[in-house]
Design a binder for this molecule. Structure first.
Ligand code: SF4
Ligand code: SF4
Length: 458
């Protein structure tokens, strides 16, 4: 027999241990007898273990007849997961420009905005859609899903470009989402009305109540943007376009989430079906240890907030700051039936993303747009794709990445951010994985007792 190594155990008080199965999503509490049986099984002794206990462990996918039986189950689950995510439309991002009208304090694209702003021309957008048609055909994809990104896609100067994109996308019935800072939305009213139903969703960032937001998300002049963005959100919701409000969280604004939630309630946004708000970590993807520590500290703070102010969960539909800890919470929240392991970290590493840069070049994820080290092809003057480079990104499941294959937390982590992995060296990467594992241990140390109480009372 074979005991999965994808099992996390942690000792609770009163001679109890919690078991979290990252493969099946099962969460259980065992007594000393059960824990000692597990220890014996880890050492290869399956014969002295109680038969009923063995049956339960088998049923909940902790225990297998052999390692190959576990591998086979994992392969089947991966295949199912692939069927679900790979049969959809092609994921694409279009950056009509790298210019931006804001200077947010934490922007990772700072350099791109400072250089001479680059934008696509109308002709280049036509070439872009010709290239997109070829890629969709070659991949036998069910159409394409487009996200407009930048810089800031909605500038006065980009209006003719956005109109051309809307025209070409709606001719193909490709749905569009726009990642915008939201300050210019009302200037685009007539354009969105001209192509009804084409724009499905806006992602707009609000970093807190006005006094915090305005310190972080500012115009080039230094003036705050809060009021303009609030009008933008109102405009979008009134036009029937869904809004995903993103809150970029760090230590500066985490304490103001409650105040922001009150503002959302005052506006009545949370009562609208087409409004959602979610938290996200301010990302650097630079492989800094500090960034991971921040991720952990923020998760801690947000978990405490959720405990003290349970209503926050009704305002923010997704409060996960760390993908790995967030996935651990899925097991703990006992979503056993719908639990799926994290085989991939993000879309860039699963289906792959085609990012059409404002410079006529192709990139593998939005964060890499404009960075010469990550170019994987071009669409101006015609389509050229370096498949070898693209294949370093897409379809990178945890069973394929050699370092991740046998990692005990792989099915929580999903293999990590490809962008980060390519920016840091092997030593740094190993250190980061060590920190991730330690964070899970620390997290369990702090919270396992609460989880077990929930499990026992359910
Ligand atoms: S080896 Fe590192 S990146 Fe890979 S799954 Fe484990 S923690 Fe994640
Ligand atoms: S590879 Fe990293 S930076 Fe790129 S989309 Fe995925 S998580 Fe984001």
């Amino acid at each position: 027999m074979h005991l999965t190594h994808r099992l996390l155990t942690h000792q609770l008080k009163e001679e109890k241990w919690i078991l979290l199965n990252t493969l099946s999503g099962a969460a259980d509490v065992v007594d000393r007898k059960g824990y000692e049986s597990l220890q014996r099984m880890k050492e290869g002794d399956f014969f002295s273990v109680d038969k009923d206990f063995v049956d339960v462990l088998k049923k909940r996918a902790y225990l297998f007849e052999s390692k190959s039986e576990e591998d086979e189950l994992l392969r089947r689950m991966l295949e199912q997961n692939r069927k679900k995510i790979f049969n959809g439309p092609l994921k694409t991002v279009i950056c009509p420009t790298y210019a931006c009208n804001l200077r947010c304090t934490y922007c990772f694209q700072g350099e791109l905005h400072e250089k001479i702003p680059i934008s696509l021309s109308l002709e280049e957008i036509t070439l872009l859609f010709q290239a997109l048609d070829r890629i969709v055909k070659k991949n036998e994809a069910a159409g394409a899903e487009i996200q407009l990104f930048g810089g800031e896609p909605l500038l006065s100067s980009t209006q003719p470009l956005i109109e051309h994109i809307l025209k070409l996308a709606s001719e193909r019935k490709y749905p569009l989402g726009i990642i915008t800072n939201g300050v210019n939305l009302s200037k685009f009213t007539s354009l969105f009305r001209k192509y009804p139903g084409c724009v499905k969703i806006m992602q707009i960032t609000v970093d807190g109540p006005a006094h915090i937001h305005n310190k972080r998300r500012k115009f080039v002049s230094g003036a705050g943007t809060f009021e303009r963005i609030v009008k933008g959100i109102d405009f979008s919701l009134d036009s029937g376009i869904a809004v995903m409000m993103r809150v970029n969280v760090d230590m500066e604004n985490v304490h103001f989430l409650l105040e922001l939630a009150d503002f959302i309630k005052e506006k009545g946004w949370n009562e609208k079906e087409i409004f959602r708000a979610r938290l996200a970590k301010v990302e650097t993807h630079g492989g800094e240890k500090n960034s991971l520590f921040l991720e952990y500290t923020l998760t801690e703070k947000i978990e405490k907030l959720k405990l003290n102010e349970p209503e926050l969960k009704n305002i923010f539909s997704d409060m996960r700051i760390s993908r790995t800890l967030g996935h651990l919470l899925k097991i703990i929240e006992k979503d056993y039936k719908s639990y799926e392991p994290n085989f991939y970290y993000c879309e860039a590493s699963s289906t792959g993303i085609f990012v059409f840069g404002a410079d006529g070049l192709l990139y593998p994820c939005s964060e890499t747009a404009g960075n010469p080290s990550f170019v994987m092809g071009r669409f101006v003057p015609h389509l050229e794709l370096n498949e070898e480079k693209f294949n370093l990104w897409r379809n990178q499941d945890v069973l394929k990445i050699p370092e991740c294959r046998d990692c005990s937390i792989a099915l929580l982590c999903g293999g990590g951010c490809r962008y980060e992995a390519m920016r840091v060296n092997e030593e740094t990467r190993t250190q980061l994985c060590g920190i991730r594992k330690k964070q899970i241990e620390d997290y369990l140390k702090l919270h396992a007792q609460d989880f077990s109480l929930e499990l026992q009372s359910s």
